[in-house]
Write a protein that binds this ligand. Structure first.
Ligand code: SAH
Ligand code: SF4
Length: 392
Protein backbone atom coordinates (compact mmCIF):
# COMPACT_ATOMS: atom_id res chain seq x y z
CA UNK A 1 0.00 0.00 0.00
CA UNK A 2 1.37 3.41 -0.93
CA UNK A 3 0.93 5.65 2.06
CA UNK A 4 1.54 8.75 -0.04
CA UNK A 5 -1.33 8.06 -2.46
CA UNK A 6 -3.85 10.89 -2.42
CA UNK A 7 -6.72 9.04 -0.87
CA UNK A 8 -9.78 11.06 -0.16
CA UNK A 9 -12.11 9.83 2.42
CA UNK A 10 -15.40 11.47 3.14
CA UNK A 11 -17.43 10.44 6.08
CA UNK A 12 -20.98 11.05 5.04
CA UNK A 13 -23.45 12.14 7.59
CA UNK A 14 -26.66 11.05 6.00
CA UNK A 15 -29.26 11.13 8.74
CA UNK A 16 -30.48 7.70 9.65
CA UNK A 17 -33.94 6.87 8.46
CA UNK A 18 -36.36 6.44 11.28
CA UNK A 19 -37.26 2.76 11.29
CA UNK A 20 -40.96 2.88 10.56
CA UNK A 21 -41.61 -0.78 9.96
CA UNK A 22 -43.45 0.13 6.75
CA UNK A 23 -42.70 -1.96 3.68
CA UNK A 24 -39.95 -0.70 1.41
CA UNK A 25 -40.91 -0.15 -2.22
CA UNK A 26 -37.27 -0.54 -3.21
CA UNK A 27 -36.47 -4.17 -3.92
CA UNK A 28 -40.07 -5.29 -4.49
CA UNK A 29 -40.70 -7.22 -7.67
CA UNK A 30 -43.57 -5.98 -9.84
CA UNK A 31 -45.68 -8.87 -8.54
CA UNK A 32 -44.93 -7.97 -4.93
CA UNK A 33 -45.74 -4.34 -5.60
CA UNK A 34 -49.02 -5.36 -7.19
CA UNK A 35 -50.04 -7.42 -4.18
CA UNK A 36 -49.04 -4.60 -1.83
CA UNK A 37 -51.12 -2.03 -3.73
CA UNK A 38 -54.17 -4.29 -3.90
CA UNK A 39 -53.88 -4.91 -0.18
CA UNK A 40 -54.09 -1.15 0.33
CA UNK A 41 -57.26 -0.81 -1.68
CA UNK A 42 -56.05 -0.04 -5.20
CA UNK A 43 -58.25 -1.67 -7.83
CA UNK A 44 -56.49 -4.48 -9.62
CA UNK A 45 -57.10 -2.99 -13.06
CA UNK A 46 -55.25 0.15 -12.03
CA UNK A 47 -52.20 -1.55 -10.65
CA UNK A 48 -50.34 -2.07 -13.92
CA UNK A 49 -50.24 1.62 -14.72
CA UNK A 50 -49.52 2.63 -11.15
CA UNK A 51 -46.62 0.24 -10.90
CA UNK A 52 -45.19 1.51 -14.18
CA UNK A 53 -45.33 5.05 -12.85
CA UNK A 54 -43.78 4.25 -9.48
CA UNK A 55 -41.16 2.08 -11.17
CA UNK A 56 -40.06 4.87 -13.50
CA UNK A 57 -39.75 7.33 -10.60
CA UNK A 58 -37.73 4.91 -8.52
CA UNK A 59 -35.53 3.29 -11.10
CA UNK A 60 -35.45 5.58 -14.11
CA UNK A 61 -35.38 8.99 -12.44
CA UNK A 62 -33.87 7.95 -9.13
CA UNK A 63 -36.47 9.84 -7.11
CA UNK A 64 -36.61 9.15 -3.35
CA UNK A 65 -39.48 11.32 -2.29
CA UNK A 66 -43.14 10.57 -2.97
CA UNK A 67 -43.75 14.32 -3.27
CA UNK A 68 -41.65 14.39 -6.44
CA UNK A 69 -43.77 11.79 -8.21
CA UNK A 70 -45.67 14.51 -9.97
CA UNK A 71 -47.75 12.44 -12.37
CA UNK A 72 -49.45 10.69 -9.47
CA UNK A 73 -52.50 12.25 -7.90
CA UNK A 74 -52.13 13.92 -4.52
CA UNK A 75 -54.35 11.29 -2.90
CA UNK A 76 -52.35 8.44 -4.33
CA UNK A 77 -49.09 10.02 -3.21
CA UNK A 78 -50.52 10.49 0.28
CA UNK A 79 -51.52 6.83 0.34
CA UNK A 80 -47.99 5.81 -0.65
CA UNK A 81 -46.49 8.08 1.97
CA UNK A 82 -48.67 6.57 4.66
CA UNK A 83 -48.05 2.97 3.74
CA UNK A 84 -44.58 2.62 2.27
CA UNK A 85 -41.03 3.85 2.49
CA UNK A 86 -38.30 4.32 -0.09
CA UNK A 87 -35.26 3.18 1.82
CA UNK A 88 -31.67 2.58 0.78
CA UNK A 89 -28.63 1.50 2.74
CA UNK A 90 -26.64 4.27 4.30
CA UNK A 91 -23.24 5.25 2.92
CA UNK A 92 -20.84 5.42 5.86
CA UNK A 93 -17.60 6.16 4.09
CA UNK A 94 -16.55 6.75 0.53
CA UNK A 95 -12.96 6.45 -0.52
CA UNK A 96 -11.49 7.36 -3.89
CA UNK A 97 -8.28 5.67 -4.91
CA UNK A 98 -5.45 7.19 -6.86
CA UNK A 99 -6.64 5.23 -9.92
CA UNK A 100 -10.23 6.46 -9.67
CA UNK A 101 -11.60 3.32 -8.01
CA UNK A 102 -14.24 4.20 -5.46
CA UNK A 103 -15.03 2.13 -2.43
CA UNK A 104 -18.14 2.64 -0.37
CA UNK A 105 -18.74 1.22 3.04
CA UNK A 106 -22.46 0.93 3.44
CA UNK A 107 -24.54 0.19 6.49
CA UNK A 108 -27.60 -1.99 6.29
CA UNK A 109 -30.34 -2.72 8.79
CA UNK A 110 -29.02 -4.20 11.99
CA UNK A 111 -25.86 -2.11 11.76
CA UNK A 112 -24.02 -4.56 9.49
CA UNK A 113 -21.61 -3.20 6.96
CA UNK A 114 -20.64 -4.29 3.47
CA UNK A 115 -18.42 -2.88 0.80
CA UNK A 116 -19.15 -1.85 -2.76
CA UNK A 117 -16.47 -1.00 -5.29
CA UNK A 118 -16.74 1.09 -8.46
CA UNK A 119 -14.03 0.55 -11.05
CA UNK A 120 -13.92 3.12 -13.85
CA UNK A 121 -12.45 2.05 -17.17
CA UNK A 122 -11.94 3.79 -20.47
CA UNK A 123 -15.40 3.60 -21.90
CA UNK A 124 -17.27 1.79 -19.20
CA UNK A 125 -17.44 1.35 -15.48
CA UNK A 126 -18.02 -1.71 -13.36
CA UNK A 127 -19.71 -1.85 -10.00
CA UNK A 128 -18.71 -4.77 -7.81
CA UNK A 129 -21.53 -5.48 -5.41
CA UNK A 130 -21.96 -7.70 -2.37
CA UNK A 131 -24.65 -10.28 -1.78
CA UNK A 132 -24.01 -11.28 1.83
CA UNK A 133 -22.42 -9.90 4.95
CA UNK A 134 -19.36 -12.14 5.11
CA UNK A 135 -19.58 -15.64 3.63
CA UNK A 136 -20.38 -19.09 5.00
CA UNK A 137 -17.83 -20.68 2.71
CA UNK A 138 -14.22 -20.75 3.76
CA UNK A 139 -12.03 -20.55 0.68
CA UNK A 140 -8.56 -20.57 2.16
CA UNK A 141 -7.17 -17.67 0.08
CA UNK A 142 -10.13 -15.33 0.61
CA UNK A 143 -10.27 -12.77 3.36
CA UNK A 144 -14.05 -12.58 3.30
CA UNK A 145 -14.10 -16.30 4.02
CA UNK A 146 -12.49 -15.73 7.40
CA UNK A 147 -15.38 -13.53 8.47
CA UNK A 148 -18.38 -15.18 10.05
CA UNK A 149 -21.57 -14.89 8.03
CA UNK A 150 -23.88 -12.45 9.62
CA UNK A 151 -26.70 -12.48 7.11
CA UNK A 152 -27.97 -12.45 3.54
CA UNK A 153 -28.65 -9.09 1.98
CA UNK A 154 -32.23 -8.34 0.97
CA UNK A 155 -33.11 -7.54 -2.65
CA UNK A 156 -33.45 -3.88 -1.60
CA UNK A 157 -29.96 -3.88 -0.13
CA UNK A 158 -28.54 -5.45 -3.28
CA UNK A 159 -30.22 -3.14 -5.81
CA UNK A 160 -29.64 -0.30 -3.33
CA UNK A 161 -25.90 -0.63 -3.94
CA UNK A 162 -26.44 0.13 -7.63
CA UNK A 163 -28.71 3.06 -6.79
CA UNK A 164 -26.27 4.58 -4.31
CA UNK A 165 -23.44 4.32 -6.82
CA UNK A 166 -25.60 6.05 -9.44
CA UNK A 167 -26.29 8.79 -6.90
CA UNK A 168 -22.59 9.27 -6.28
CA UNK A 169 -21.77 9.24 -9.99
CA UNK A 170 -24.58 11.71 -10.69
CA UNK A 171 -25.97 9.33 -13.24
CA UNK A 172 -29.74 9.59 -12.96
CA UNK A 173 -31.23 11.26 -16.02
CA UNK A 174 -32.45 14.81 -15.67
CA UNK A 175 -35.96 15.48 -17.02
CA UNK A 176 -35.86 17.43 -20.24
CA UNK A 177 -32.24 16.62 -20.89
CA UNK A 178 -31.18 13.94 -23.36
CA UNK A 179 -29.76 10.77 -21.86
CA UNK A 180 -26.06 10.72 -22.60
CA UNK A 181 -24.48 7.90 -24.52
CA UNK A 182 -22.15 5.65 -22.62
CA UNK A 183 -22.71 5.03 -18.99
CA UNK A 184 -20.35 5.55 -16.09
CA UNK A 185 -21.94 2.56 -14.41
CA UNK A 186 -22.33 0.21 -17.36
CA UNK A 187 -21.61 -3.18 -15.79
CA UNK A 188 -22.37 -4.97 -12.57
CA UNK A 189 -20.39 -7.87 -11.17
CA UNK A 190 -21.54 -9.91 -8.20
CA UNK A 191 -17.98 -10.36 -6.97
CA UNK A 192 -18.01 -8.51 -3.68
CA UNK A 193 -18.63 -10.13 -0.36
CA UNK A 194 -20.61 -13.33 -0.17
CA UNK A 195 -21.67 -16.28 -2.30
CA UNK A 196 -24.51 -14.98 -4.48
CA UNK A 197 -25.94 -18.43 -5.14
CA UNK A 198 -26.46 -18.96 -1.41
CA UNK A 199 -28.78 -15.97 -1.54
CA UNK A 200 -30.41 -16.86 -4.82
CA UNK A 201 -33.89 -15.33 -4.60
CA UNK A 202 -32.75 -11.94 -3.38
CA UNK A 203 -29.95 -11.76 -5.93
CA UNK A 204 -32.36 -12.78 -8.68
CA UNK A 205 -35.01 -10.24 -7.68
CA UNK A 206 -32.44 -7.44 -7.45
CA UNK A 207 -30.92 -8.28 -10.83
CA UNK A 208 -34.38 -8.39 -12.41
CA UNK A 209 -34.88 -4.85 -11.19
CA UNK A 210 -31.48 -3.85 -12.60
CA UNK A 211 -32.41 -5.32 -16.00
CA UNK A 212 -35.98 -4.01 -16.17
CA UNK A 213 -36.44 -1.96 -19.38
CA UNK A 214 -38.51 0.68 -17.58
CA UNK A 215 -35.83 1.34 -15.00
CA UNK A 216 -32.08 0.97 -14.69
CA UNK A 217 -32.00 -1.03 -17.91
CA UNK A 218 -28.76 -2.93 -17.62
CA UNK A 219 -28.52 -5.62 -20.25
CA UNK A 220 -28.19 -9.15 -18.90
CA UNK A 221 -24.92 -9.32 -20.80
CA UNK A 222 -23.55 -6.58 -18.59
CA UNK A 223 -24.19 -8.42 -15.37
CA UNK A 224 -21.78 -11.13 -14.26
CA UNK A 225 -22.48 -13.38 -11.33
CA UNK A 226 -19.47 -15.07 -9.77
CA UNK A 227 -19.92 -18.31 -7.88
CA UNK A 228 -17.61 -20.69 -6.14
CA UNK A 229 -19.64 -23.52 -7.69
CA UNK A 230 -23.05 -24.02 -6.09
CA UNK A 231 -23.97 -26.50 -8.80
CA UNK A 232 -27.77 -26.83 -8.29
CA UNK A 233 -28.20 -23.08 -8.57
CA UNK A 234 -26.11 -22.69 -11.72
CA UNK A 235 -28.88 -23.98 -13.99
CA UNK A 236 -31.35 -21.78 -12.13
CA UNK A 237 -29.13 -18.77 -12.77
CA UNK A 238 -29.34 -19.42 -16.49
CA UNK A 239 -33.10 -19.90 -16.38
CA UNK A 240 -34.18 -17.28 -13.89
CA UNK A 241 -31.59 -14.51 -14.28
CA UNK A 242 -29.90 -15.13 -17.62
CA UNK A 243 -26.83 -13.08 -16.79
CA UNK A 244 -23.23 -13.98 -17.55
CA UNK A 245 -21.51 -16.46 -15.29
CA UNK A 246 -18.07 -16.42 -13.74
CA UNK A 247 -16.78 -19.39 -11.86
CA UNK A 248 -14.15 -19.31 -9.14
CA UNK A 249 -12.21 -22.25 -10.52
CA UNK A 250 -8.74 -21.78 -9.06
CA UNK A 251 -7.45 -25.36 -9.30
CA UNK A 252 -7.14 -28.21 -11.78
CA UNK A 253 -7.29 -31.21 -9.47
CA UNK A 254 -9.88 -32.09 -6.86
CA UNK A 255 -7.14 -32.47 -4.32
CA UNK A 256 -6.01 -28.86 -4.64
CA UNK A 257 -9.50 -27.45 -5.20
CA UNK A 258 -10.78 -29.20 -2.06
CA UNK A 259 -8.28 -27.10 -0.12
CA UNK A 260 -8.73 -23.80 -1.92
CA UNK A 261 -12.49 -23.89 -2.53
CA UNK A 262 -13.91 -26.34 0.01
CA UNK A 263 -17.34 -26.42 -1.64
CA UNK A 264 -15.51 -28.67 -4.11
CA UNK A 265 -15.93 -31.50 -1.62
CA UNK A 266 -19.65 -31.26 -2.18
CA UNK A 267 -19.63 -30.62 -5.94
CA UNK A 268 -16.33 -31.69 -7.43
CA UNK A 269 -14.67 -30.64 -10.68
CA UNK A 270 -16.46 -33.23 -12.78
CA UNK A 271 -19.91 -32.30 -11.52
CA UNK A 272 -19.12 -28.60 -11.73
CA UNK A 273 -17.83 -28.82 -15.30
CA UNK A 274 -20.90 -30.77 -16.34
CA UNK A 275 -23.13 -28.01 -14.98
CA UNK A 276 -21.11 -25.44 -16.92
CA UNK A 277 -21.41 -27.46 -20.12
CA UNK A 278 -25.16 -27.53 -19.54
CA UNK A 279 -25.43 -23.81 -18.84
CA UNK A 280 -28.19 -23.39 -21.38
CA UNK A 281 -27.31 -19.92 -22.50
CA UNK A 282 -23.73 -20.76 -23.33
CA UNK A 283 -22.80 -19.57 -26.79
CA UNK A 284 -19.83 -17.90 -28.38
CA UNK A 285 -21.07 -14.52 -27.35
CA UNK A 286 -21.74 -15.71 -23.83
CA UNK A 287 -18.58 -17.25 -22.64
CA UNK A 288 -18.15 -18.39 -19.11
CA UNK A 289 -15.40 -16.59 -17.24
CA UNK A 290 -13.09 -18.88 -15.31
CA UNK A 291 -11.49 -17.00 -12.46
CA UNK A 292 -8.15 -18.36 -11.45
CA UNK A 293 -6.22 -16.87 -8.56
CA UNK A 294 -2.47 -17.23 -8.99
CA UNK A 295 -0.92 -18.70 -5.84
CA UNK A 296 2.81 -19.23 -5.74
CA UNK A 297 3.69 -22.92 -5.85
CA UNK A 298 0.11 -24.07 -5.29
CA UNK A 299 -1.78 -23.92 -8.60
CA UNK A 300 0.49 -22.03 -10.98
CA UNK A 301 2.63 -24.66 -12.75
CA UNK A 302 2.77 -25.31 -16.50
CA UNK A 303 1.09 -28.65 -15.80
CA UNK A 304 -1.79 -26.81 -14.15
CA UNK A 305 -2.17 -24.60 -17.22
CA UNK A 306 -2.23 -27.62 -19.53
CA UNK A 307 -4.70 -29.44 -17.29
CA UNK A 308 -6.92 -26.40 -17.15
CA UNK A 309 -7.09 -26.19 -20.92
CA UNK A 310 -8.01 -29.87 -21.11
CA UNK A 311 -10.68 -29.63 -18.42
CA UNK A 312 -12.57 -26.79 -20.04
CA UNK A 313 -12.39 -28.20 -23.54
CA UNK A 314 -15.61 -27.51 -25.41
CA UNK A 315 -16.81 -24.74 -23.09
CA UNK A 316 -16.74 -21.23 -24.60
CA UNK A 317 -14.52 -19.62 -22.01
CA UNK A 318 -12.32 -16.78 -20.99
CA UNK A 319 -9.77 -17.35 -18.24
CA UNK A 320 -9.30 -14.43 -15.94
CA UNK A 321 -6.01 -14.75 -14.09
CA UNK A 322 -6.11 -12.93 -10.77
CA UNK A 323 -2.79 -12.20 -9.09
CA UNK A 324 -3.37 -13.15 -5.47
CA UNK A 325 -4.09 -10.14 -3.32
CA UNK A 326 -2.38 -10.64 -0.04
CA UNK A 327 -3.98 -9.85 3.27
CA UNK A 328 -2.58 -9.91 6.81
CA UNK A 329 -2.02 -13.50 7.87
CA UNK A 330 -2.81 -15.00 4.45
CA UNK A 331 -1.38 -18.51 4.04
CA UNK A 332 -0.30 -17.91 0.42
CA UNK A 333 1.83 -15.59 -1.65
CA UNK A 334 1.31 -14.22 -5.13
CA UNK A 335 2.91 -15.99 -8.11
CA UNK A 336 5.67 -14.00 -9.79
CA UNK A 337 4.80 -11.90 -12.82
CA UNK A 338 6.92 -14.19 -15.00
CA UNK A 339 5.05 -17.25 -13.76
CA UNK A 340 1.70 -15.60 -14.38
CA UNK A 341 2.76 -14.61 -17.89
CA UNK A 342 4.01 -18.13 -18.69
CA UNK A 343 0.73 -19.58 -17.42
CA UNK A 344 -1.26 -17.08 -19.48
CA UNK A 345 0.77 -17.90 -22.57
CA UNK A 346 -0.12 -21.62 -22.43
CA UNK A 347 -3.82 -20.82 -22.13
CA UNK A 348 -3.63 -18.19 -24.82
CA UNK A 349 -1.89 -20.63 -27.19
CA UNK A 350 -4.74 -23.07 -26.65
CA UNK A 351 -7.07 -20.44 -28.09
CA UNK A 352 -8.56 -18.85 -24.98
CA UNK A 353 -8.46 -15.25 -23.92
CA UNK A 354 -6.39 -15.15 -20.75
CA UNK A 355 -6.32 -11.60 -19.40
CA UNK A 356 -4.38 -10.96 -16.22
CA UNK A 357 -6.55 -8.90 -13.91
CA UNK A 358 -4.88 -5.71 -12.87
CA UNK A 359 -5.52 -5.07 -9.20
CA UNK A 360 -7.50 -1.88 -8.84
CA UNK A 361 -7.85 0.32 -5.84
CA UNK A 362 -5.22 -1.51 -3.83
CA UNK A 363 -4.36 1.64 -1.92
CA UNK A 364 -7.86 1.61 -0.44
CA UNK A 365 -7.99 -2.20 0.02
CA UNK A 366 -10.63 -2.48 -2.68
CA UNK A 367 -9.02 -5.27 -4.70
CA UNK A 368 -10.54 -8.76 -4.99
CA UNK A 369 -10.46 -10.67 -1.77
CA UNK A 370 -9.45 -7.67 0.31
CA UNK A 371 -12.96 -6.66 1.11
CA UNK A 372 -12.93 -7.57 4.70
CA UNK A 373 -10.05 -5.74 6.22
CA UNK A 374 -11.30 -2.18 6.35
CA UNK A 375 -14.63 -3.14 7.83
CA UNK A 376 -13.11 -5.42 10.39
CA UNK A 377 -10.47 -2.90 11.22
CA UNK A 378 -13.04 -0.19 11.58
CA UNK A 379 -15.04 -2.51 13.76
CA UNK A 380 -12.08 -3.40 15.87
CA UNK A 381 -11.13 0.17 16.49
CA UNK A 382 -14.68 1.03 17.42
CA UNK A 383 -14.77 -1.94 19.76
CA UNK A 384 -11.52 -0.80 21.26
CA UNK A 385 -12.85 2.69 21.71
CA UNK A 386 -15.94 1.31 23.38
CA UNK A 387 -13.85 -0.86 25.65
CA UNK A 388 -11.73 2.11 26.56
CA UNK A 389 -14.56 4.50 27.19
CA UNK A 390 -16.70 1.79 28.82
CA UNK A 391 -13.92 0.98 31.26
CA UNK A 392 -13.31 4.60 32.17
N1 SAH B 1 -18.23 -15.76 -3.59
C1 SAH B 1 -18.15 -15.57 -4.98
C2 SAH B 1 -17.99 -14.12 -5.39
C3 SAH B 1 -17.08 -13.24 -4.59
S1 SAH B 1 -15.35 -13.48 -4.68
C4 SAH B 1 -17.06 -16.38 -5.57
O1 SAH B 1 -16.26 -16.94 -4.83
O2 SAH B 1 -17.02 -16.51 -6.79
C5 SAH B 1 -14.85 -12.74 -6.23
C6 SAH B 1 -13.56 -13.35 -6.78
O3 SAH B 1 -12.40 -12.92 -6.03
C7 SAH B 1 -13.58 -14.86 -6.71
O4 SAH B 1 -13.10 -15.43 -7.90
C8 SAH B 1 -12.63 -15.12 -5.58
O5 SAH B 1 -12.16 -16.40 -5.65
C9 SAH B 1 -11.60 -14.04 -5.77
N2 SAH B 1 -10.75 -13.81 -4.61
C10 SAH B 1 -11.06 -14.00 -3.31
N3 SAH B 1 -10.01 -13.68 -2.52
C11 SAH B 1 -9.02 -13.29 -3.33
C12 SAH B 1 -7.68 -12.82 -3.10
N4 SAH B 1 -7.20 -12.69 -1.88
N5 SAH B 1 -6.94 -12.48 -4.17
C13 SAH B 1 -7.46 -12.56 -5.42
N6 SAH B 1 -8.71 -12.99 -5.68
C14 SAH B 1 -9.48 -13.36 -4.66
FE1 SF4 C 1 -16.97 -16.87 -0.12
FE2 SF4 C 1 -16.25 -16.38 -2.68
FE3 SF4 C 1 -14.58 -15.83 -0.62
FE4 SF4 C 1 -15.06 -18.36 -1.27
S1 SF4 C 1 -14.04 -16.81 -2.58
S2 SF4 C 1 -15.04 -17.51 0.82
S3 SF4 C 1 -17.22 -18.26 -1.88
S4 SF4 C 1 -16.56 -14.88 -1.01
Amino acid sequence: MDATAPITQDVMTIPRKVETGLPNLVGMSREQMKAALIERGIAEKQTKMRISQIWAWLYHWGVRDFGEMTNLSKDFRAMLEENFVIALPEVVTRQVSDDGTRKYLIRIAGGHEVEVVYIPEKDRGTLCISSQVGCTLTCSFCHTGTQKLVRNLTAAEIIGQVMLARDDLGEWPVPGQPVEDGRLLSNVVLMGMGEPLYNFENVRDAMKIAMDPEGIQLSRRRITLSTSGVVPEIARTAEEIGCLLAISFHATTDEVRDKLVPINKKWNLEVLLQSLRDYPKVSNSERITFEYVMLHGVNDSDEDAHRLVKLIEGIPAKINLIPFNEWPGAPYTRSSNNRIRAFAEIIHNAGYASPIRKPRGEDIMAACGQLKSETERARKSRAQIEAETGGA
